[in-house]
Design a protein around this ligand. Structure first.
Ligand SMILES: [Zn+2]
Length: 59
């Protein structure tokens, strides 16, 4: 697992998330600060993070 730091789209705090660098995926995680759901989209190539997007849900 790799730890990735990014800005929460709800509360703009820097939070970190553990990513499984196996395959590209989209999933939903709750922010550890404000508890709002964030849609996470990650892409990996050969175990390296190549794209990362975090956006609000239902906007
Ligand atoms: Zn937040």
């Amino acid at each position: 697992m790799i730890e990735h730091f990014f800005m929460c789209p709800h509360c703009w705090q820097e939070i970190s998330m553990l990513l499984d660098p196996v395959y590209s995926q989209t999933y939903v995680e709750d922010c550890e600060v404000c508890c709002n759901p964030i849609e996470i989209q990650v892409g990996f190539e050969e175990g390296e993070l190549t794209s990362f997007e975090a956006r609000e849900i239902g906007q």
